[in-house]
Design a protein around this ligand. Sequence first.
Ligand code: BGC
Length: 365
Amino acid sequence: MRAPPFLTLICLVLFNGSLAVAQQIETFQLKNDNGLKVEITNYGGIITKIIVPDRNGDFADIALGYNTVSEYQKATPYFGAIIGRFGNRIANGSFKLGGKTYNLVKNNEPNGIACHLHGGTKGFDKVIWNAKRINKKGEQGLTLTRRSPDGEEGYPGNLDVTVTYWLTNSNELRIEYAASTDKATPLNLTNHSYFNLKGDGNGTILDHILSLNASRYTPVDQGLIPTGELAPVDNSPFDWRTPHSIGRDIDSTHPQIVYGLGHDHNFALDKSEPKTLTLAATVYEPTSGRVMEVLTTEPGIQFYSGNFLDGSLTGKSGKPYEFRNGFCLETQHFPDSPNQPSFPSSILHPGDEYTSTTIYRFTTK
Ligand code: BGC
């Protein structure tokens, strides 16, 4: 099923005046037997809608975003998008690999300190992907593929990427990432969905109850770059091992909260074995009863409380997205890993296959 308002035809006019390579932007809907729906456009692989029931069986779209692709093209804080090549920040937009220094675009400047964020000015969130519907028993899927060419945004190697979204009859949205390269490159793929479990456009997320399965986190400096330390969360606003509201400590004077303007930190997930699919986060919204669990094979998760939303963007419900009207849980390797030898390696080598899986599971209570 395709949603017509999203159908756009992109034609490239070549320098000799001829028209070439028509790439279509389309939106695809995945639906399960319980009435859940997920919509995805092949522009940036953006998840444009996630429609799930509350405890009374009433459905609402819990993903922030826009009604048209052109709005995503105009201005977006990465609503729903695939992020690559490298999710999160790389200090000073530079890293060394195989004796060579690579310089990436610097497209972000927290507290006046420039860095590379989420793959650069034209990352995986701003390109058109090849899309193909797939199905298996009890699951509807969409496979997105593309080749990221050698040198794209400064990164080495031709990188072939596949991202598959699955909606299952057990009310899970499963995202599978795979990639291979012909030169060693940093790689850290994620999805940047913003959620409000009350439903899009329904105000603050500070009353949502969060828990994270993490005993340590990676503190940052003023430029939001990890210091390299893996700090225990004990007795700090970062101890989410006992569920509590997102708002509880958000105005704390803890220097880390001050740097992030609230919560914007990477957590090192507690795992007995690396790369196993384990529960990373649970979010519960008391009025609707909606629960979202996040499971991942990744070592880390960024919890971001929407601190850079400022009312300047109007979402699909017609209401502006104000400060902290959405939150993100981005599964990932740790920020700035290419410059941090003690962090799990984010380098993909030729001959190796990159794989990563994240599940958003929806229930109610
Ligand atoms: C980061 C924030 C950043 C936001 C951009 C998040 O992943 O953690 O610091 O401002 O993305 O939308």
